[in-house]
Design a protein around this ligand. Structure first.
Ligand SMILES: *Cc1c(COP(=O)(O)O)cnc(C)c1O
Length: 393
């Protein structure tokens, strides 16, 4: 591939292969370990657990499966309430529905864009009064930025509600020096093709409870009882990751720190080039957090820029640039019509505002300088009205 010419299509977050994938896959093939068991799988789990700083991990077929297993470990049943960040991908909440649970959505707060502890405290207080406390709270770390975990853990501990960290987008990010995914009862990761590293498809659940992880492994392999024949007393899933995919995941994982470095560099270039434009700002990185900058997200103030976020996304797509809107909040999704939702403050809907004005920009660790400058120049052009004004001042 020629690196000094522009790509036909500039993708949001394409897979970025390293050099070890082929060797690892070949090794798995040569050794006949192509089942959902084998040495790469074991090593992948250990390497991720060690890096995150937890006692163990179970590799699964997707991040969604990992959330489903985490909720199952917490015995979510029909009619149980589960609180979940509203500003996220639908996969954060779908497993609540798989188990017949009832999601309650919690708004974001402006400095992290993640779960508002104000809204969470209000929702828990009301739930306690009604004797309807949730059986779990799913906290999402959006676009590589961690939620404010101290506040969230403190409130949840007060009500003794376990926390699941959806760290699908934040592998490699830290909160006060701790890895995202290591703070709650369970952490989950995704190795889907668009994430910071990929096994082509896969996920993981991590925890400090060896007992829970053993149960996760049991549930993910059809819940087979320890008997000399096929006996089952619980409903299980077929959710294990194959050794071949773990081989790809391991090769990718060995480069995680470098990938984080590259994504942060992509962010820095966007920021340097676009920060001067009136009405433009970026997803913040608050003191104490270190974002992987999985995606660079831009906010536009339509009143100043003249163009709305969705108009800018359409314009960029026409230039063969894959830009996307920020996640549409789950409380606005037809799928979750009728579910409860708690805003940051009365009349202050942070997730809705971010959805209206946010744009996810191409942020892959393989993004070339030429491609990034192409994106930047088009952004400058589409934001030109304010750009000119800036020049005049
Ligand atoms: C990608 C993603 C998931 C799901 O991961 P899969 O591996 O695709 O199932 C869950 N939550 C969030 C926030 C995600 O971005």
């Amino acid at each position: 591939m020629l690196l000094n010419t522009k790509s036909d299509m500039i993708f949001l977050s394409p897979p970025h292969l390293g050099e070890k994938e082929k060797d690892y896959i070949q090794e798995a093939l040569d050794s006949n370990w192509i089942a959902p068991t084998g040495p790469h799988l074991d090593a992948f789990e250990k390497e991720v657990a060690d890096y995150i700083g937890v006692d163990g991990a179970v590799a699964l077929s997707s991040g969604t499966a990992a959330i489903h297993v985490a909720l199952s470990l917490l015995n979510i049943e029909k009619g149980d309430k589960v609180f979940c960040s509203t500003l996220t991908f639908v996969a954060s909440a779908n497993p609540i529905l798989y188990l017949g649970g009832e999601p309650v959505f919690i708004d974001s707060e402006p400095t992290s864009w993640n779960m508002s502890s104000v809204a969470l405290a209000k929702a828990l207080k009301e739930a306690a009064i009604k004797d309807e406390l949730p059986k779990a709270v799913i906290v999402v770390h959006l676009y590589g930025q961690t939620a404010k975990m101290d506040e969230i853990m403190e409130i949840c501990n007060d009500y003794e509600v376990p926390v699941i960290e959806d760290a699908a987008e934040s592998l490699g990010s830290t909160y006060k020096g701790k890895a995202s995914g290591s703070i709650g009862e369970y952490g989950i990761f995704s190795f889907n093709g668009n994430k910071i590293i990929t096994s082509s498809g896969g996920g993981m659940i991590v925890s400090n409870s060896k007992e829970a992880l053993e149960k996760a492994r049991f549930l993910a392999t059809q819940a087979k009882d320890p008997a000399p024949f096929y006996q089952h007393s619980k409903m299980g899933f077929n959710y294990r990751l194959s050794n071949i995919l773990a081989a790809i995941g391991r090769a990718q994982f060995s480069l995680l720190d470098e990938r984080v470095h590259l994504r942060r560099k992509v962010f820095t270039v966007y920021q340097k080039e676009l920060n001067q434009i009136n009405g433009v700002s970026f997803m913040p990185e608050y003191l104490g957090s270190r974002s992987s900058r999985w995606l660079t997200v831009l906010l536009v103030d339509e009143k100043v820029t003249g163009n709305s976020a969705s108009e800018i996304v359409t314009y960029l797509n026409q230039q063969n640039i894959e830009a996307r809107a920020v996640w549409k909040p789950l409380h606005l999704q037809p799928l979750f019509k009728g579910c409860s939702y708690y805003s940051h403050y009365p009349g202050k809907h942070v997730a809705e505002e971010l959805f209206q004005s946010g744009i996810c920009l191409p942020s892959g660790s393989s993004l070339t300088e030429i491609d990034q400058m192409f994106v930047i120049n088009h952004l400058k052009k589409v934001l030109e009205s304010s750009y000119d004004r800036e020049a005049v001042i």
